[in-house]
Design a protein. Sequence first.
Length: 260
Amino acid sequence: MSGAPGLFDRSAVRRHRERAAALVDRVAPVLGEAAGRLIERLDDTTRRFHRALDLGGRGVVAPLLAARGISVVSADLSPRMAARSRGLAVAADEEFLPFREGAFDLVIANLSLHWANDLPGALIQLRRALEPEGLFLASVPVLGTLDSLRSALTEAEAAISGGASPRVSPFPTLRDCAGLLQRAGFVLPVADLEAISLGYGEALALLHDLRAAGETNAVAVRERRIPPRGLFAAALAALPVREGRISVRLELAMLTGWAP
């Protein structure tokens, strides 16, 4: 996540989000929980905002901002996903933003920046899109997210085929995120850690949710061949169970930074 080129297959990210546009209502409660926690931070400032960029909000963020009387432009790599905001929408790549400098006084990026190959560059562009003293808020999955799924898939594939390919995206650390805010030129940068715990009655529902969110594997060096027979059954059977439900944890960095 330090800007290494080619870490992710961006065309695959776009395809996954296009496909997920018809399915994302399935995971709206989880997306809404993360967005709500993020947008609550607006209550910690006396500043009033008028023009917001909703980056990758998947139809969840824009209504929350509009309810506060804020005019919203929604952008997404996928045109179909951007259109879910049902307001002013733009199909745009977060690595090549089409907005003029100072276009917004607020930018919200909820669970949308972790597939960027050049995350530092994307943050710099977002800072430039803010007017002076504009506010940037983002939630980013960090190390610890989906760890149980990553470990289960790696161990199951190693046992079946003697090797393993990356099947869950790599995530930055909380410290990485704080450093990236400073590097991008934000002032008063803050990176807090929040967790969302999810429980599933059956393991396959987790994979269905990842697909519905547009979060299936887009690592550039991912295995393109059909997975080994029995891989997912073995991995899902190994996931931890608490009180009769499969337990999954999302570790989120909640980022705050101001344009100088």
